[in-house]
Ligand binder design. Sequence first.
Ligand code: AMP
Length: 190
Amino acid sequence: MKKLNIVLFGPPGAGKGTQSTFLIERYGLVHLSTGDLLRAEIKAESPLGIQAKELMDQGDLVPDEVVIGMIRNKMEAHLDAKGFIFDGFPRTKAQAEALDGMLNGKGEPIVAMLALEVPEKELVKRLIGRGATSGRADDKDEAVISNRIREYEAKTAPLKDYYGAQGKYKALDGVGTVEDITARLVKAIG
Ligand code: AMP
């Protein structure tokens, strides 16, 4: 059976993590969040985590090789998955190309890139709100939040064209209740 490999796309605060939890349950998928994987490394105080923390605390991206390696390891640990939800990955063209290389080689390509669209003002509001409870250092400081949004615009948003060229890019309104947005995603997955 064809694997349901989906890129859940959008700027920081778009709701990718929240929506992933619904989609993995509904479709029996494996959730691959590079942000979560990196935070686990930080918690474990591994050399990789210590290196990544400095960049993450500033809102900068960590190097492509680091996140690509993490994704490769996780995919190899779940060879029998019905599919993957990629959340917060890929974030650069080099990451997208590496992912295509890994998946296309196995005949299990990305089937869709679902992009949650949220205006910047709303993103900042959500991230500040999350920072009050999440304990995430990068959700507390407005300068860091702005930098994350700038990194997204400069390096990540161009991936809409990358997946668009493959006929896989679908934009969705990311404003509304959590349930509304889940329903839009389910409809888009079809
Ligand atoms: P997230 O939880 O997806 O918002 O990611 C938090 C932080 O982890 C980002 O601001 C980056 O510093 C880092 N990060 C997560 N995923 C990636 C990725 N695919 N490429 C580079 N850096 C990443």
